[in-house]
Write a protein that binds this ligand. Sequence first.
Ligand code: NCN
Ligand code: DMD
Length: 349
Amino acid sequence: MHAIVDHIQSVDFNAGEETRRYLDTLTKPPGSLGALEELAIQLSAITGELKPSVTPPAVVVFAADHGVAAEGVSAFPQAVTAQMVANFANGGAAINVFARQIDAQVEIVDVGVASPLTLPEVTSARVRHGTANMVVEDAMQLDQAIAAIDVGIAAVNRAKRAGAKCLIVGEMGIANTTASSAMLAVLTGESVASVVGAGTGINPQQQAHKVAVIERAIAARSANAQAPLEVLGKFGGLEIAAMTGAYLAAAAQRLPTIVDGFIATVAALTACRISPAVRGYLIFGHRSQEPGHDVALKALEAKPLLDMGMRLGEGSGAALAYPLLQAATAMVAEMATFTDAGVSDKASS
Ligand SMILES: O=C(O)c1ccc[n+]([C@@H]2O[C@H](COP(=O)([O-])O)[C@@H](O)[C@H]2O)c1
Ligand SMILES: Cc1cc2nc[nH]c2cc1C
């Protein structure tokens, strides 16, 4: 992990500004393509190129289990994590469908599913068989969090070697909204009640219980909010750690990366707390229905591209946003300039 962190440099703001000036030479009123123009500018700053490509994209989904599931904080049983991993392997999950739509290769990585899994389509990189219950003990040890971060780094390096020009990171883990909510409350100092939501669909009574469980864990663990790795180890998950590593590696590789929903954004915040320069490489795909997502987005001063009322995870919202990145790059590469097309520029009176 440390070698990668040392490698991360700030995005190239000069390349971004060059694209901003170029966009005003294209045949449209300046700024009229709104957020798409900002996206084109960010993609130039990330890659250092005026006309970058985001094709092909790669999807990496990290899966792991959570000891805190034993507290009854999810609407679904823990076994669903492993069952959904099998579904990913068979190509039947939402992320498989959306990945096919955008011609993305998909890698599924088992960082810490609790039950045995032997699926040739799944990368086996299990650091431990799920985390411990954060109410009782630290979710994992610091060296395990770092090992899971390294799993994420390795997956991104593989995607990069395979030719990926854009990264979509997803997750699967029953009870991981509890882990993410605990991390977010500690990292931001916001109240637990303000970041907790329904996750997979618990009712208001179960949600009050989820708040109480997280408050008990936070009181028992006494984590240093200024130490992101400690917060990750005490409350996080193996897939959240792997995603954190993926964002660090993507920044080191100058790879445009689309962040998915709530869990993904908490991992992104963790990566940015470890290395603030990561922020420039991140594009926020969508706004999840989970209330904590707004808190996490605000902490990162991020505005997501889509608002679809989704709360699935898996990288699904990021995959849906990907065509907007393609549109931004195509606009810069293919639109005619005022001079090329013989169109009169803005009146200069
Ligand atoms: O991405 C999101 O914003 C999101 C919001 C709510 C739930 N999820 C997914 O649902 C699972 C976690 O929900 P839960 O209720 O088990 O904590 C996990 O597999 C996530 O991928 C994902
Ligand atoms: C079925 C199901 C699919 C998921 N995908 C991501 N999280 C999930 C949670 C459940 C319960």
